[in-house]
Design a protein around this ligand. Structure first.
Ligand code: S3P
Length: 437
């Protein structure tokens, strides 16, 4: 699939009131915890994207009865912590790093052997960051050369709780250790070097598991037990971010995004855009199952370049592709540092975005841990998303301040996190054509 987005003088701003799909991180966790709980959990607002569907299929393959998704509704008949059964085949989680890393943690504690595999992009991503701490707990896991997938997990190991100082700010690593910790004897504590998303901690509490959180350390005590609960998944701030940037950089925009998850460990994108001069207001704030949710209004604004504070980087880690686009349209220089994790996402998001922006005439220089971008106008051209959903959507929004059309190649993976992106974006004013090849 390819996108052609129209730049030039005829383009309009973004308008209307829209709802982006459900939060990917929360959707994954709702299936995992609902499956391991005792009783029936009803999920609403579930993301029907390929990544979270891969998690759902993995639990079905391990014998869990899951109905749906239908219109975002999923019903899970939980089997309890020790009720999963050995899948007939390797669990293929496609493009989803969250599925692989979180599943590695909870499968390390099962009685059966299991293999986790993924697509070409996931097969290039580092897994040593989870196999190292899991091995320390007593798990038996092998990976392919260089610590890459597939992961082969040998069951029936007895795990022991431990204290782990994470070398990188990663919610996936933190969650992996906590999930293994639920199967370990004693207490498992994970300390992170910077704040990362805390959906695991919040949702485990909602499922009745006693998670202790103190500053940057989270602990669980095993063996743990989960009790079924209903989860209303907010919409994904990472998907909303494309419209926040799009509406900011396009002239004459005024858009409202409904029911967006604004957990403070995810709102880095709002803080960064506000520092750049964006006009963003949140209202109608409510609490939904332990997660704060609000409506967000964004109007066009003249953005200015900034040095993005490093403490905001992990709180906006998935939003950098589109933040680079915001920087390319801003006045002055934007500097991103401390973002080396971007190099090991679905693609090397530093290199791929710098290359694409340069193709479009932007002065963008990749550095080891970030980028230096001289803002100004974006030109026309053809860029490749490298099969990375967020790169494809970021360049689609770039057309809103581009002097000509942008062709974006290899956009199929947009369906991993944002099914219906092109239709929704078109409905609020983006001139986007989808070419199915
Ligand atoms: C996620 C954590 C982040 C993020 C990913 C989802 C999660 O990864 O990039 O899209 O659901 O825990 P890291 O924790 O590896 O940074």
């Amino acid at each position: 699939m390819k996108f052609i987005v129209q730049g030039g003088l005829d383009k309009t701003g973004l308008h209307g009131t829209i709802r982006v799909p459900g939060d990917k991180s929360i959707s994954h966790r709702s299936i995992m915890f609902g499956s391991l709980a005792e009783g029936t959990s009803n999920i609403s607002g579930f993301l029907e994207g390929e990544d979270s569907l891969n998690t759902l299929r993995a639990f079905q393959a391990m014998g869990v009865t899951i109905d749906g998704p239908s219109d975002g509704k999923v019903t899970i008949q939980g089997v309890g912590m020790n009720g999963l059964s050995k899948p007939a085949l390797a669990l293929d989680v496609g493009n989803s790093g969250t599925s692989m890393r979180l599943l590695a943690g909870l499968l390390a504690g099962q009685k059966f052997d299991v293999e986790l595999s993924g697509d070409a992009s996931l097969s290039r991503r580092p897994m040593k960051r989870v196999t190292d701490p899991l091995s320390e707990m007593g798990a038996k896991i092998t990976s392919a050369e260089g610590g890459k997938p597939p992961l082969k997990i040998t069951g029936n190991q007895s795990l022991t709780g431990f204290s782990y100082q994470m070398p990188m700010a990663s919610a996936q690593v933190k969650s992996c250790c906590l999930l293994a910790g639920m199967y370990a004897q004693g207490k498992t504590c994970v300390t992170e070097p910077a704040i990362t998303r805390d959906h695991t901690e919040r949702m485990l509490k909602a499922f009745g598991c006693d998670v202790e959180v103190n500053d940057s350390t989270a602990c669980v005590t095993g063996p743990a037990k989960l009790t079924a609960t209903d989860i209303d998944v907010p919409t994904d701030i990472s998907s909303a971010a494309f419209f926040m940037v799009g509406a900011s950089i396009a002239d004459d925009s005024d858009i409202v995004l409904e029911h967006v998850g604004i957990n403070p460990t995810r709102t880095g994108v709002i803080n960064i855009l506000k520092l750049m001069g964006a006009d963003i207001t949140t209202f109608n704030q409510i609490d939904v199952g332990g997660e704060p949710v609000a409506d967000i209004r964004i109007k066009s604004a003249k953005l200015k370049g900034i040095h993005i504070p490093e403490n905001l980087v992990p709180l906006a880690i998935d939003e950098f592709p589109v933040l680079f686009v915001a920087a390319a349209c801003a006045e002055g220089q934007t500097i991103v540092t401390g973002a080396e994790e971007l190099r090991v996402k679905e693609s090397d998001r530093i290199q791929v975005m710098a290359d694409g922006l340069k193709t479009l005439g932007v002065d963008a220089r990749a550095t080891e841990d970030g980028m230096i971008i001289q803002g100004g106008e974006i030109g026309a051209g053809t860029v490749n998303s490298h099969d990375d959903h967020r790169i494809a959507m970021a360049f689609a929004m770039a057309s809103l301040c581009a002097s000509g059309d942008i062709h974006i190649e290899d956009c199929d993976n947009v369906n991993t996190s944002f099914p219906g992106f092109a239709e929704l974006a078109a409905s609020c004013g983006l001139s986007i054509q989808v070419i199915n090849e």
